[in-house]
Each structure stands twice: as C-alpha cells, then as structure tokens.
Design a protein around this ligand. Structure first.
Ligand code: 5CA
Length: 447
C-alpha cells in the first residue's frame, strides 16, 4: 500500500476520554472510530489487524480439527426460552421486535442456536466427536463499556462448541481447546495464562479464563510466579492424542493461578512459597467451559448411543475475544511513541520511508523495494508522501510496524538503506538486496 493513497486518519492530539494506552493509540493511529458507546467502526488499519488476528484464530482452530461455519447475529427469542436463559440474561441482552411482533435478540453468544442446529441434523453417536465454531459479532449491553474495544458492547468473538458422547470425550475437547488457545496467543506474541475461573451466565463450574498480565486489565489475578516460565513453544501437538492434550493442561494448570472470583487465600498461602506469590491484574482474552448437558437436556439434543438408547450429548463452549485481542496486544506491547506490533499480527510487515520524494535515486530504490517485497508475499507500507522526515518517523512509530526501511540520498550514495527495528530502535545499514533477504527471513513462518 502507498500511504499517499491510503486512508490513515492519524490524530496529533491525545484523545481526552481514552484512559489506557491501547485505546489512545488505536484512536490516534486511525484504527477505530467510536460510533456510539462501546460501538466502533474499524478503519482500514484497525481492520487489517482484526483480520490478521482472525486468520490466526481460524488456522489454529482448524489445526485442532474444529470446523468453521457462520451463524447470524440476530436470533429468535424462543430458542432462549427453551434453555431458560431468556429471562436470566437480563439487561445485557439487546432485545428486538420485528414487524410481525416476534421477539428477537442480537446474540450475546450462541449455545442455544448451535444446539438447535445439532439436534436438527445429528442423531447418532457415530457423528461424534464434533466441534463447530464461528467468528461473529456479538452484542452485550454492558453496564460500563470502556477502554475502547476492550469492553465493547458490539464485539467480535470466536465461539466454538463441542458435542461428545461422554464426559471423558468432552474433557478431551476441553483440553484440545486449551492447547489450541495457548498456541493461538503465542503466535500473536502474547503470554495468556489459563486460570481457574467461574462459569457465570454460560454455566458449568469447570472453566478456565486466559489472562494476559497487564496493569490496566479489568480482572484481579493471583498466581505463582513460576507459571510465567511455561511456554508451549513449537512442540509438535497431535490433537487426537488424549494423553498429550491432558498432559499440556496438567502442565499449565498445576501451579496456582486464579482470578479473583475463585481466589482462595488459604490455598494460595499453603501452596505457593511467599517469594513466588503474585497479585496482579490481567486482561481476559478467552474462556473455555465444560457444562455437560446444561443445554442438550432442556433442548432435547440427544444421540442414539452404542446401546441404542438416546442420551443427551456432553457439551462445552469456548470463546476468544477477537476484537479485544487487538487492544490486549497493544497493552502488552507499546512504548511512549506508539504501538509495537508483534510480527504475527502487524497490519503491514514493514514501512518504507522515502526521505526525499522526487529524488530520482530515492524514488527508484523505494519503488524497487516495494515491488520486490510484494513479490515475496510481504505487505509493505510505502510512505511516498511529501511530509517532512520528522512527521514520517512519528507516524511510523505511532502505527508500530515492527520494521522500517529508510531510503535517503546520503545512504544511497554508498549503496545502502537503513533497516530499523521498532522494538529495539537499533538500525543497520544494508544494501537493498540484503534488506529484502533479511526481512524475508524474519517473516518466515509468519506468512
Ligand atoms: N459462549 C462462551 C464461550 S464461546 C462465552 O461467551 N464466553 S465469554 O463470555 O467468556 O466470552 C468469550 C470472550 O469474549 C471473553 O473471554 C472475552 O475475551 C471476550 N469478551 C466478552 N465480553 C466482551 C466485551 N464486552 N467486549 C470485548 N470482548 C468481550
């Protein structure tokens, strides 16, 4: 993309009502625009990040064997009356009436709808195990929407639902989700710690939340500091391997890590040596639930078991806050100049700053770099505007691309351009060819 043709409405001033860094930077970098409390447009730069996050979620879900689909945002109320949640959900549910006076709602989650689809089409245990998921907009009329996309009213969520014959099979589905979530967050440059949590309106008491540690997080957390040393890394996972998935769950949940809903001071003190006890704040970027037959029983989602008898299926649901993640990643990775995108989710892979637009050598080298990088499958942003150098650098720092190539007349006299890391601020002078090679190597595995 050429910046001269792009739509990047950056703001010079810090928006007064934005209290945390991610909200400020998303507004200043022209990523989002608020349309009503907790409701945002995703401007082109923000939209690109959202899509990169979504893509990683899709890839990791499908790697785990889960099947993508799409359900609507608007749901009929009668499904929710069947499960008994229509009244329970209260004021958070946005209720709508259509022209025929039918009660509808903007879905806050999809347990009922997916259970309805399942009961209509699946009747035998031979179709199990089955995990279906979608990534769709949700609406929850939050009491206090705040912090930009972190706590929106309209937000983008991945929600997946497993259907299994037995509790043991459903536990494996739960473990599989836990592993795939760890991989998903790590690909985004995040450490998200699974913590014992509460079921809330979704239900069940077997549930973990995934928390990214951040001072601005909305959840209070208590944990053993040793838990932050564990990484999934690039170990091979066979998602059908029951023991392996359970082993990962055990490894990641053996040490004390709980949200304030489930925190127990006595157990904390008994199990965690004093020097490792941490009390902090975190951003909840996902939650997994096993709730057995809570929906399948009242809604009649049964399958014929091996013994020929109808049995209600065991279910769980598993959510990732896709739009919230855009904010969470910025909270975890920024400095006083702006955002610092991890390579996995950056909206553009590299910024090319042409220091002297109109200079023959600068224009030719910038264009050549732009073309070659694109041929290699990279997505560069070329600043071909005639703004002064200081402004160009400030914009690049604000929008946070991990790498910047500076093309200036002085360097070109010696046949070099400058490659700068946004994270460390370190620069090196390289030939344009070596620059391309280095970037291709840096992004290997991220394309
Ligand atoms: N049905 C289950 C799992 S699919 C469910 O709805 N779980 S949830 O309520 O925990 O939501 C899943 C994730 O969505 C949360 O972990 C959080 O990351 C994100 N989320 C929830 N509410 C909001 C909100 N108001 N704004 C942005 N993200 C949200």
């Amino acid at each position: 993309m050429r910046l001269s043709r792009y739509f990047l409405p950056v703001l010079k001033e810090t928006p007064a009502d934005a209290q945390i860094a991610s909200h400020r930077y998303m507004l200043r970098a022209g990523m989002i625009r608020q349309q009503a409390a907790g409701i945002y447009s995703w401007l082109p730069l923000g939209f690109k990040v959202l899509k990169r996050i979504e893509q990683i979620v899709h890839e990791e879900q499908q790697r785990a064997g889960h099947i993508p689909m799409l359900m609507p945002t608007i749901q009929p109320a009668d499904l929710w009356q069947e499960s008994g949640r229509y009244d329970d959900y209260g004021a958070e549910m946005l209720r709508i009436r259509d022209r025929h006076d039918r009660d509808m709602l903007f879905g806050p989650t999809n347990e009922e709808m997916i259970t309805d689809i399942f009961r209509a089409h699946v009747s035998s245990y031979k179709s199990l195990p089955l995990t279906l998921y979608h990534i769709q907009w949700k609406f929850r009329d939050e009491l206090r929407p705040r912090f930009g996309v972190m706590r929106g009213r309209e937000f983008y969520m991945k929600d997946g639902y497993n259907f299994d014959l037995t509790e043991a099979d459903a536990k494996h589905a739960y473990n599989r989700h836990l592993v795939s979530y760890l991989r998903t967050y790590e690909r985004m440059g995040l450490q998200a710690i699974p913590m014992k949590a509460e079921g809330g309106p979704i239900g069940g008491d077997y549930t973990h939340e995934f928390l990214v540690l951040a001072d601005t997080g909305e959840s209070g957390v208590f944990y053993d500091s040793k838990v932050t040393d564990i990484r999934l890394g690039d170990r091979e996972i066979d998602y059908d391997d029951v023991a392996q998935c359970e082993g990962v769950l055990d490894e990641f949940t053996a040490l004390y890590a709980r949200t304030d809903d489930t925190h127990d001071a006595a157990i904390f003190e008994e199990r965690v040596p004093e020097e490792r006890r941490r009390e902090a704040r975190g951003i909840e970027v996902g939650q997994i639930f096993y709730f057995g037959t809570k929906y399948s029983e009242p809604m009649g989602a049964t399958v014929q078991g091996p013994d020929g008898k109808p049995t209600p299926v065991h279910m769980g649901s598993h959510g990732i806050g896709v739009s919230r993640l855009a904010g969470a990643i910025i909270e975890a990775s920024h400095d006083d100049k702006g955002i610092i995108w991890p390579e996995g989710v950056t909206p553009f892979h590299v910024g090319i700053v042409n220091m002297r637009v109109g200079d023959e050598a600068c224009d030719a080298t910038s264009e050549a770099l732009y073309g070659t990088l694109r041929t290699l499958g990279l997505d560069p942003l070329l600043d071909d505007t005639d703004e002064r150098a200081g402004g160009k650098f400030a914009t690049m720092d604000l929008i946070g691309l991990p790498w910047r190539i500076t093309v200036g007349p002085r360097g070109l006299k010696n046949g070099v351009v400058e490659l700068t890391s946004r994270r460390t601020g370190e620069s090196e002078e390289l030939s344009p060819e070596a620059t391309v090679q280095k970037l291709a190597a840096l992004y290997e595995g991220h394309l």
